[in-house]
Design a protein around this ligand. Structure first.
Ligand SMILES: [Zn+2]
Length: 230
């Protein structure tokens, strides 16, 4: 394994994660910033200056990306459209200007207190159009309820990419039977390191065992991510 993204986000209500996760992952990745790519977070309901805080992720902590987790952060990914979360618009706009990819959780979450209604990937239809130069990584492809919606959006928006973390390899082609059609937009991801969750080697071996073209595997495991992440 050449490089790894370390995904973190602020979600005090559901997960107990505060802004300290940015320092934590920033310091950790500093040990070998070439191989370790930290992802941090700015919470639109908690930040007092969204522009400054996103810029700080880039400048102070050298973040390679940001994560937004609607079901754990308790707002919709397009929560800025009705004017309720203006700081969320600033977060996207600043990330777009800094060329910082934003990973957005889609799909359900069984964590106590999580609100799965915010996992519908259709909310990204707004984000992808309103911020056309923003690279958006759709985490988990809306699994297991909204994979068709996810596939539609991935084909529709050039700036939208699929991160297959937390999709069991044996389910991948069941949920995305036309995966080959979007081969240039799919990025491998492991799952959260929790008890009972398969390790990264197992996930990669499972993926390699699928009837996919060798070129597609190469893209999913390496070249697509190399293009998107620094
Ligand atoms: Zn997630």
């Amino acid at each position: 394994m050449e490089r790894a993204c370390l995904i973190n986000y602020v979600a005090p209500e559901v997960m107990g994660f505060t802004e300290d996760v940015n320092r934590f992952v920033g310091e950790f990745a500093r040990e070998d910033r070439k191989r370790l790519i930290p992802f941090g977070s700015v919470h639109p309901k908690r930040t007092k200056d969204a522009k400054r805080d996103v810029e700080r992720l880039a400048s102070k902590w050298e973040m390679g990306g940001m994560k937004i987790h609607p079901p754990h952060q308790l707002f919709p990914a397009n929560g800025y459209v009705d004017g309720r979360l203006p700081s969320l618009r600033t977060i996207y706009k600043t990330a777009e200007r800094l060329r910082m990819p934003v990973m957005v959780h889609t799909g359900t979450s069984v964590f106590p207190g999580a609100r799965s209604k915010f996992g519908d990937p259709m909310d990204l239809d707004d984000v992808a159009q309103d911020f056309p130069d923003l690279t958006i990584l759709m985490a988990h492809g809306g699994r297991p309820l909204w994979c068709e919606t996810a596939f539609y959006l991935l084909r529709r928006h050039p700036n939208l990419y699929l991160d297959i973390s937390s999709i069991p390899p044996r389910r991948l082609l069941e949920w995305f039977p036309r995966l080959e059609e979007i081969a240039s937009k799919v990025v491998f991801g492991s799952d959260w390191p929790a008890p009972g969750v398969p390790g990264i080697r197992e996930e990669i071996e499972g993926l390699r065992a699928l009837p996919l073209k060798e070129a597609t595997l190469e893209r999913i495991l390496s070249t697509n991510a190399a293009k998107l992440l620094t």
